[in-house]
Write a protein that binds this ligand. Sequence first.
Ligand code: DAK
Length: 260
Amino acid sequence: MEYKNLIIEIKDGIAIVKVNRPKALNALNSETLDDIKNAAIELEANKDVWVVIITGEGEKAFIAGADILEMKDMTALQGMQFSQRGHEALSALENMSKPVIAAVNGFALGGGFEVAIACDIIYASDKAKVGFPETTLGIHPGFGGTQRAAKLVGLAKAKEMIFTGKMVSAQEAYEMGFINKVVPHEDLMKEVMALAEKIKSNGPFAVRLAKECINKSLSLDMDSALMVEAKDFGLCFATKDQKEGMTAFVEKRKPTFKGE
Ligand code: DAK
């Protein structure tokens, strides 16, 4: 598929998705939101892709938010349509069964930070700055940020970030619990690739089913969530990878998973 504002590279089971509007600090306009939705759908269907990485093109930004120039003069109807595009894009990304890593290479603000926290794991450059400046613009996070931030770091820290609209360093965001790891800027992609390779070396269906179980824990009561876990655990035994993983252990060798 052709993308207007994304560059996608797929190599050895890992897809790198780069948001490519560096002149606007990769801000999310309607075209880019549609691109993200279509890329999530396409990569989900691609059997050769086991892990997805999302990052920003250029030295300065991951994504500096929704496109303020596009939003500025919107009518209520256009605002609603924009909102729906955003929800469709973020839901497509979040609902991918495959693990998605955000490589936050610079500013991740507003909708951009919401994209990052919709991913499964965040690694950030030590130069990155993150935050939810929406309230400084007279709006509030609307791509799921109020919900995901509170679940990720707790109510008090989420409220402080959103009410103040402040921008914090990657290190501060790490200390709050938003980010998994902060790395030197020049090592970001190397570290993220090593993480992706480590995940890829494990049984892909096991990883995907684990993701489903963990995500369900956010919306289900304990008994229902344990039912999902039991069902997904059982499903692992329907894969060749489970046989390979356990046979390799018994034979004292490394497993070779094929995603079957
Ligand atoms: N939108 C559009 N253009 C942007 C942009 C953005 N969010 N951020 C930066 N740019 C553009 C700038 O306009 C500038 O363009 P030119 O003037 O060169 O044409 C270029 O990128 C470089 O930016 P700066 O010159 O400002 O660069 P600096 O290094 O001086 O500053 C900065 C970097 C990131 C601190 C600054 O650009 C900045 O504060 N940007 C705005 C960040 C921000 O407020 N982001 C939040 C946007 S609001 C919704 C759901 C969600 C949302 C909305 C609706 N619904 C459900 C309806 C989400 C809203 C947001 O994300």
